[in-house]
Design a protein around this ligand. Structure first.
Ligand code: GLU
Length: 291
């Protein structure tokens, strides 16, 4: 476990669109592990930006599972639906609009697919395949023009990394249902909440360059430090999802597994060897909470 000197705050940021599964437990182990090693605090941030897919029952179940697992956050829970969060997204959007970077877009999946068929290649940005910025479209989607090129960072677990900012197009900041989007919300939140260490799975690697660029455009002088950890995969190599009953914490609890057994299973599957006692049991409650 690398020690990130100078880190003061990280976050655990589940979306209440389902219950926790082993992948989340793996992420929590890495997050609390990094935080404890650095002497940083953990903020619990419920990422309920998608109002259609987020549900209060999942929100409650996540808190209950975290409590059962023994992951105690130092701050939070805070939610992206909180009025102060919504005001912060609106203010950040205005800041981007003041720089003439925000534009409406009416491209759908079909627009991207048509491009692919016509050109025999996947469309890549910046911009959008419909040329909406030039056409002066009202919406329903809002995108931010962050330019081309790449952003690089030194990942605490992967070393030097870089990636394109707009391979899939300019970042949508508001979706067609009127929700502020994931990439926009986390960038605004990480900045305003003082998160200087982001610990997350490698499935989010592609999101990092655009979040670094957007943060800079929004005035963040120094990006957070990033650590992208291995994912837990199914036997066929695919990602776990919230619909995987066999790895859902609810099912594992119902099957009578102990907290230690669940933690050990997640730790083994993600290659986390942090402070796991040699007995094979998971860390005890005091060792994974950051007091
Ligand atoms: N809310 C995201 C998820 O549940 C994680 C966000 C992040 O770590 O940037 O996958």
């Amino acid at each position: 476990m690398p020690i990130v000197t100078g880190a003061t705050r990280t976050r655990f940021a589940p979306a209440p669109t389902g219950r926790l599964h082993l992948g989340h437990v793996a992420n929590a182990l890495w997050t609390w592990g990094f935080a404890r090693a650095a002497g940083a605090s953990v903020l619990l941030r419920i990422e309920d930006h998608d109002r259609q897919r987020s549900h209060a029952t999942f929100d409650r179940a996540i808190l209950d599972d975290l409590d059962w697992l023994g992951f105690i956050a130092d701050a939070g829970p805070v939610r992206q639906s909180d009025p102060d969060a919504q005001a912060a997204y609106a203010a950040a959007s205005r800041k981007l609009a003041d720089q003439a970077l925000v534009y409406g877009c009416d491209c759908s999946r079909a627009t991207f697919a048509r491009w692919h068929t016509t050109h025999g290649a996947t469309w890549s940005g910046p911009g959008c395949p419909g040329g909406c910025r030039e056409r002066g479209v009202a919406g329903p989607v809002l995108r931010v023009a962050l330019g081309a090129g790449v952003e690089g960072w030194i990942d605490e677990l992967l070393g030097m990394r870089s990636g394109p900012v707009a391979s899939g197009g300019d970042l949508p900041i508001r979706d067609r249902h009127g929700n502020w989007t994931y990439g926009f919300c986390v960038t605004v939140d990480d900045q305003r909440q003082g998160v200087d260490l982001v610990v997350r799975g490698q499935d989010l690697l592609e999101a990092t360059p655009v979040q670094i660029r957007l943060g800079r455009v929004l005035g963040r002088a120094v990006p957070a430090t990033f650590a992208h950890h291995p994912l837990i995969r199914r036997a066929d190599g695919s990602k776990l999802s919230k619909s995987d009953g066999d790895t859902g914490i609810e099912a594992l609890r119902a099957a009578g597994l102990t907290r230690e057994a669940v933690l050990a299973r997640a730790a083994d599957a993600t290659g986390y060897r942090g402070e796991r006692p040699s007995s094979g049991a998971g860390p005890d409650r005091s060792s994974i909470s950051h007091a």
